[in-house]
Design a protein around this ligand. Structure first.
Ligand code: ZN
Length: 274
């Protein structure tokens, strides 16, 4: 993948927070690295006086200090938007909401603004992107798409096997790919993606590739979770095996709803737990 940045679009180097100068978007990265969070959760701020915050991240002292500093530097907080309810994105939401008296927007749970397709929240517009979580939304605003865990800066995401999740996820990615109102992806984890359309295409192709591998394995007569994982997710390291099992279930459900699933296929039990 190319790492060439448009002129003036580079991330400011050095200590965090980092500024995308071309879009005046600030990234504060939490120090919670891991197999699911890559180098940590990205908290984003757009706009000034007030600023709008996407995914406050974990309730961790250093992260909170940097987020608070960024809010002050940008002239106060207009609102807090959640891409989804997982703790690595949402844990600090209640504290910031109480401190700043700023409204919280989410697609589920205790929110001041309930998000749904097209709902506007300050400079942000909500775009439902179910799949990783049923309540997952992306936000388009300031010429960027804030994708949470629907699209990461590197690697792929796991899809939770809720009913219709995989098909809905693919439709959402396709919808984002067709939009013309953003040029950059600001993901929930990992680096900024300047080739936004190429990344969305890559994600769509990645899911199609997994499905092809799965269909081949099914054609070969493989039926157990272990056989199907070995065939379609051969490279997945142990810590991500549970996530692969969940995503396998979501793929099997899609094939089932399309009448393409042979009899006797074992479906993984339980969720991915993250
Ligand atoms: Zn996450």
């Amino acid at each position: 993948m190319s790492t060439t940045l448009p002129p003036g679009a580079e991330l400011e180097l050095g200590a965090e927070p980092r500024l995308l100068r071309s879009h005046d978007i600030l990234c504060v990265r939490a120090a919670n690295p891991g197999p699911f969070t890559l180098s940590g959760t990205n908290t984003w701020l757009v706009g000034r006086a007030p600023a709008w915050l996407i995914d406050p991240g974990p309730l961790e002292d250093g992260h909170m200090r940097r987020v608070r500093g960024a809010i002050v530097a940008r002239g106060g907080l207009g609102g807090i938007a959640l891409t989804h309810g997982h703790r690595d994105h949402s844990e600090a939401a209640a504290a910031l909401r109480a401190e700043h008296g700023a409204p919280l927007a989410a697609a589920r749970g205790e929110a001041d603004v309930m998000l749904a397709a097209g709902v506007r929240f300050g400079p942000l517009q909500a775009v439902p992107t179910p799949g990783h979580a049923p309540d997952h939304v992306a936000f388009v605003g300031a010429g960027a798409c804030f994708t949470g865990d629907a699209v990461l800066g590197q690697g792929s995401v796991f899809i939770s096997p809720d009913e219709g999740a995989m098909a809905a996820y693919l439709r959402a990615l396709e919808g984002l790919r067709r939009r013309e109102d953003f040029s950059v992806i600001c993901p929930g984890h990992g680096p900024v993606v300047w080739e936004a359309k190429a990344k969305l295409q890559e994600y769509l192709e990645h899911r199609a590739e997994r499905e092809r591998a799965l269909l081949l394995a099914l054609d070969d007569g493989r039926r157990s979770v272990r056989e199907l994982l070995d065939a379609a997710w051969p490279e997945v390291p142990l810590p991500l095996r549970g996530a692969a099992r969940a995503t396998l279930a979501a793929h099997l459900d899609k094939l089932g709803s399309e009448g393409r699933l042979p009899a006797g296929v074992e479906r993984p039990a339980g969720g991915a737990g993250a």
